[in-house]
Design a protein around this ligand. Structure first.
Ligand code: NAD
Length: 388
């Protein structure tokens, strides 16, 4: 499969700038949880790039199947960066680290994050997303309560959450706002909704200075290939079927990951304590359209040797049980209060994403050689169960 590598390389080279964030607060000592995953590793890299004035960035990660130390190779040598292998549910470890590294703020990315896996096996989702978040909050609260006055006032706990807590929209419904009632439909969404409620409760009950962000579907570099975009890119290149759940008309609001990271950093610096901020791409697309666009880009950037379009590999498969039909985010609050809006359009972000996967086949191979073979997860097994 020939790759138009010159084009790809020039796109990847230009990527260095899109990761830089506005400098975070001076001398901040930040604890990031789940920083070896997709969004967390993009955030860690962004925090340490450019004119960052961070004093320390501690990344606590359990390294589940989704956590990949290779995502963070570029920051390993940075003297401000510390990696800690551990679980957000381990209160002894957390207490020790918070004191040892004199943490000023926490950004909680750590989670079980894949809806299909939550259908096959909900328990780890409850363990990490609910119990783990509660333990992280409680350890943070005790640490925060004992800080000197000025440090206590400046402390922040930012919880990264999802738009899936709001449930599913009909085609003509207005997008989710921060006051849309929660209506989670998958075990994943239910566990994230529970964690959001816990974060809220720690603010109202104990005064812990929390901020919650609820974001739409992310895409970009370092995304584990169980999620739609990398799955489609890698299956296409390997001439495998491109699975499309149901009729392919499920709509998601797509946001390039660097834009999400920028929003988190702004919310951490300037967000109002106790508030939630919706973050979205202003970019609703049906899954089938996303797949078609990826195929078209691959046809341009890495055409099949036989000249046939990658679209020919599309295959409709049984739908995800309880598959939410549509998500859409109204992000006017974070735009008005903090001046955030996405920089990447769907086309520019997707172009960069496809280029990144083409240029990082070794990263993809490493994941392939692990224990994930891009098999179908979360399929409806009710017929099988009835037959037992
Ligand atoms: N990916 C999206 O589109 C999206 C959209 C909105 C919100 N979010 C939220 O953003 C966060 C990050 O998502 P992601 O896509 O990067 O997820 P991911 O699955 O790629 O990464 C999760 C990371 O958390 C780590 N982790 C899991 N359990 C842990 C535990 N008990 N203790 C410490 N570390 C643990 C994993 O090792 C991994 O590094 C999640 O909270 C998710 O709910 C994701």
């Amino acid at each position: 499969m020939p790759t138009k590598s010159k084009d790809v390389a020039s796109i990847v080279e230009r990527q260095s700038n899109w990761y830089s964030l506005r400098p975070l607060m001076d001398h901040l000592r930040l604890l990031v949880t789940g920083g070896a995953g997709f969004i967390g590793s993009n955030f860690v890299q962004a925090c340490l790039r450019g004119e960052s004035k961070l004093d320390r960035l501690v990344n606590l990660d359990k390294l589940t199947y989704a956590g990949n130390p290779a995502n963070l190779r570029s920051v390993e040598a940075d003297s401000r960066y510390v990696f800690l292998h551990g679980d957000i549910g381990d209160t002894g470890l957390l207490t020790k680290f918070l004191h040892e590294y004199e943490i000023d703020a926490i950004v909680n990315f750590a989670a079980e994050s894949h809806v299909d896996r939550s259908i096959d096996s909900p328990e780890p989702f409850m363990q990490t997303n609910v119990v783990g978040t509660m333990r992280l909050l409680d350890t943070a609260r005790k640490y925060w309560a004992a800080l000197p006055e000025a440090k206590r006032a400046a402390f922040r706990f930012l919880h990264v959450s999802t738009d899936e807590v709001y449930g599913s929209l009909k085609p003509t419904d207005p997008p989710f706002t921060e006051t849309t009632p929660f209506a989670p439909n998958s075990p994943y969404a239910a566990s994230k909704a529970a964690s959001d409620h816990l974060v809220r409760a720690y603010f109202h009950t104990y005064g812990l200075p929390v901020i919650t962000t609820n974001c739409s579907n992310n895409y970009g570099p370092y995304q584990f290939p169980e999620k739609l975009m990398p799955l489609i890119i890698l299956n296409a290149l390997e001439k495998k079927a491109l699975p499309i759940y149901g009729d392919g008309q499920n709509v998601r609001d797509w946001l390039f990951v660097a834009d999400h990271c920028a929003a988190i950093s702004l919310a951490l610096e300037g967000g109002r304590v106790g508030e939630t901020y919706n973050i979205g791409g202003l970019c609703e697309r049906a899954n089938i359209d996303v797949v078609d666009r990826i195929c078209d880009l691959l046809d341009e950037m890495a055409p099949r040797e036989d000249g046939v379009s990658y679209r020919s590999q599309k295959t409709f498969v049984g739908d995800r049980p309880g598959h939410d039909r549509r998500y859409a985010i109204d992000c006017s609050k974070i735009t008005q209060e903090l001046g955030w809006k996405p920089k990447e359009s769907f086309d520019s972000g997707l172009h960069k994403t496809v280029a990144w996967y083409l240029e990082h086949r070794d990263w993809c191979e490493d994941i392939n050689s692990g224990n994930y073979g891009r098999e179908r997860l979360g399929a409806d097994r009710s017929a099988e169960m009835l037959a037992v």
